[in-house]
Design a protein around this ligand. Sequence first.
Ligand SMILES: Nc1ncnc2c1ncn2[C@@H]1O[C@H](COP(=O)(O)OP(=O)(O)OP(=O)(O)O)[C@@H](O)[C@H]1O
Length: 269
Amino acid sequence: MTAPALELTDAALAYGDRVLWSGLNLSVEPGEFIAVLGPNGSGKTSLLRAILGLQHISGTVRVAGEPVHQGNEHVGYVPQHRSSASAFAIRGRDLVRLGIDGNHWGPGRRNAAVESRVDELLEQVGASSYADVPMSLLSGGEQQRLRIAQAIANRPALLLCDEPLVSLDIPHQQAVVQLISDQGRNGTATLFITHELNPVLPYCDRVLYLVEGSFQLGTVDEVMNDETLSRLYGAPIEVIRRGDRIVVLGTDVAAGDTHHQHCHPGEEH
Ligand SMILES: Nc1ncnc2c1ncn2[C@@H]1O[C@H](COP(=O)(O)OP(=O)(O)OP(=O)(O)O)[C@@H](O)[C@H]1O
């Protein structure tokens, strides 16, 4: 039997007296796509950091059946986009190569095999034509494709994506989501942090919705409804389904979240 891609057992995160979430039990099957939602500061990035072995939490966390540790080859990570031109003097091709663990390829064949895998990844994400351009000159969407190529280079059991749709227009959002969800066919499970549920809705198997001190885990229908979100936020929330989109209306101030006054998970823009 294949081990779950990710297994959290009675996991809890607290900074001092402030408990962000506790009693979290989550078993993610290979190929599953889970959207992680919640207002700013609810602990979404901290959850990814815990899975990356960068953040201590209580309870247990296992990736592909093994305890977490830094530099885990079973985990691919698409970090939050930060524009820092100086950090992107390297070319896309080099970024993607950094995602490949050379030890897999053996001596002798290593360079040719690595280069061929880099080409394959660039092709897979549609980035071959700009692979030799410095990252700093590329658009946000192009950079994001290359980050994804880097993250999937070792065919990870688990892909962790921290708001990969930020600063992308709708066609690029769709392309990025499609690219990431395609990895599910190879058995890669995905935890996908996003403030916008609609772009990932067609691919979403479950939702983990964090609100300070609490969380709800379930299918989209189980979580994205008036009763569940109102209980989670402790304030009236209305969830409207319009075609294949979800619109969330509610008291953003109750969540203490200024960001959500402009951008609520699932809200249309
Ligand atoms: N090492 C730390 N010590 C104390 N507090 C921390 C630490 N790291 C993060 N925090 C706080 O914990 C909260 C959760 O942070 P985190 O980055 O996980 O939230 P998030 O849900 O990803 O937010 P956003 O949507 O804004 O990215 C924040 O209020 C943050 O300031």
